[in-house]
Design a binder for this molecule. Sequence first.
Ligand code: FAD
Length: 310
Amino acid sequence: MLRFEDNFPLKEITALRIGGPARQFVVVSNKSELTETLIYASQKNIPYLVIGGGSNLLVSDSGVNKLIIKNEMEGIIKQGKTLKVASGVILQHLVDYSIAHSLEGLQKLSGIPGSIGGAVYGNAGAYGQTISDFIFEVKALDPNGQIITFDKEECEFAYRSSLFKKKYYIVLEIVFKLNSGKTEQLRKEADEILEKRLIKYPKGIKCPGSFFKNLVAEELPLGILKRIPKEKIVFGKIPAGSLLEEVGAKGDSLGDIEIATYHANLFVNKGNGKASDFYELAKKYEDLVYEKYGIKLEPEVQLLNLPPLG
Ligand SMILES: Cc1cc2nc3c(=O)[nH]c(=O)nc-3n(C[C@H](O)[C@H](O)[C@H](O)COP(=O)(O)OP(=O)(O)OC[C@H]3O[C@@H](n4cnc5c(N)ncnc54)[C@H](O)[C@@H]3O)c2cc1C
């Protein structure tokens, strides 16, 4: 039974624990609930947005004048090395499932919070692996209610980007074709990564992950690239954190928002942080990096009801 809640405080469901009220909020657990919700939104003429785990969102203090649909559609179907996965499945559950079934290809994504739908939207990744590596196809709903199946190439996956970030679709279902692996070895790899991640993201930290995207060196104009010390280029990318560090971001704070002393691209809510302070601090360092290097950093985190950065 669907429960539409008015003025729902979004800070209750974001990893950052920041965000004003959504005009309306609903959780959907299967496709028919999603369909019912979309009909409701259309009849009431309310704009809507589908979210997953809320782990990559910076929501304005004044909230969002939309129906926020939290996707909790579940289901993993295994046929040999192929997994058909509903977009509301928690990424960690899928990683654990694949390891338990001796399937290799997702283990390095261990510890990334959020849903598969959110991960596909932003092509989430870590430790040299991305969610798109073993994707075969994605089913998504277009704004006219048509279900479209996209093969991997049509998904336009790139560094923290996909077709679904450029055009509005609701990601419904993802098919992965994985490799055979050994459960013990895969578990060991995943556990090592979980241990490393705990140093950057200690338990209970309120943050949306890295705030700005790293830069792909070969995409930068030569004139700008020349200004970046060579040692800052790691595996073809310039970590945004290293540029932010150069302009003094580490440890700076505004209100209850603090930039980690150990990582200049990690903006943390110490308790009662405000989106406005987060935004202002991020803007300050975006401007400082631009002044020093001529580079416009782009946020990896999705801003809701805030002016664009980057
Ligand atoms: C502690 C921490 C560590 C993190 N580490 C990493 C990391 O190592 N690598 C990495 O890549 N990310 C990382 N992140 C960021 C985040 O976990 C990922 O971006 C994640 O994939 C977002 O999934 P979500 O379900 O929480 O998306 P949400 O935050 O709910 O939404 C993000 C965007 O996706 C859209 N979206 C969500 N579901 C759908 C759907 N079904 N259809 C269409 N659009 C949809 C939303 O509208 C929104 O624009 C980290 C975050 C935290 C808090």
